[in-house]
Design a binder for this molecule. Structure first.
Ligand SMILES: Nc1nc2c(ncn2[C@@H]2O[C@H](COP(=O)(O)OP(=O)(O)OP(=O)(O)O)[C@@H](O)[C@H]2O)c(=O)[nH]1
Length: 241
């Protein structure tokens, strides 16, 4: 991986529990050569760099603005997966997904096999991150290569709808704004509104949980009443024997 200015590459792999609670963690997964690195670099630096070595899993860190708020994000660019006996790179992908607050599933519109992988990858995401509130984005890349298109323009939105995830079609090479919009869409729901920042001691799971609807708090009076009723019923049963 060449050195990219204005962006810190932290390490090959994130340690799941030591990152700050105020960081949004995004895992980018998909088939090989679909443009994962190009997309991440485009999003974080605005630049398209066309030539990368094969990705061996790189974690990028950056601060971005989401709705006027400065948000720290970490993006895990994972190695491409292949279909064989199951998915290869399973371990890398598994660890990245487990670590993430949000997931981007990438395919290239010029590669139908990368599209066919999405179903399995999504299944893996839902097993590893069963909370339905975890944002997942299906991202179709290389949209400008019209003459090489293998995946129909309607197939992506249809699949996204069936999986219950967001969808964007972009070209990392042609458009920074499309890529930026797609990632922002993902970050939007995760950015903590001003004045409601969670204390840094809170575990990352708690922040995710805070996005879920809270169960109604139990009414103590009602609980006492129900407890009393249950006891009375038991006493009645015992005395009637
Ligand atoms: N024409 C075009 N080429 C792109 C686009 N995005 C990426 N590419 C090219 O696709 C190739 C693969 O891009 P990468 O970003 O390395 O893909 P990757 O998914 O990270 O690949 P792995 O490291 O093998 O997992 C490179 O030659 C990129 O220049 C795009 O939007 N349009």
């Amino acid at each position: 991986m060449r050195l990219i200015q204005n962006m810190s590459t932290i390490s090959e792999y994130p340690t799941p529990d030591n990152s700050s609670n105020s960081v949004i963690k995004i895992a980018v997964v998909g088939g090989s050569g679909v443009g994962k690195t190009a997309l991440v670099v485009r999003f974080l630096t605005r630049r398209f760099i066309g030539d990368y070595e094969r990705n061996a899993a790189t974690l990028y860190s950056r601060e971005i603005q989401v709705d006027g708020e400065q948000v720290a994000i970490q993006v895990q660019d994972t190695p491409g997966v292949h279909v064989g006996n199951g998915l290869s790179c399973q371990d890398h992908v598994t660890r990245s997904i487990q670590w993430a607050d949000a997931v981007v599933l990438v395919y290239s519109v010029t590669d139908s096999r990368s599209f066919e992988l999405i179903g399995q990858l999504h299944q893996q995401v839902r097993v590893l991150l069963p909370d339905p509130q975890v944002p997942v984005l299906l991202l179709a890349n290389k949209a400008e290569l019209l003459h090489l298109r293998q995946v129909d323009g309607q197939a992506g939105p249809r699949l996204a709808h069936a999986l219950g995830v967001a969808f964007c079609e972009v070209s990392a090479s042609e458009s920074y704004s499309e890529v930026h919009r797609a990632f922002r869409l993902l970050c939007k729901g995760l950015a903590t509104p001003p004045g409601t920042a969670t204390p840094p001691t809170t575990a990352p799971e708690k922040r995710r949980a805070s996005l879920m609807p809270r169960p109604k708090s139990p009414n103590m009076q009602d609980l006492k009443r129900r407890f009393k009723q249950a006891l009375t019923a038991k006493v009645r049963t015992v005395t009637s024997v």
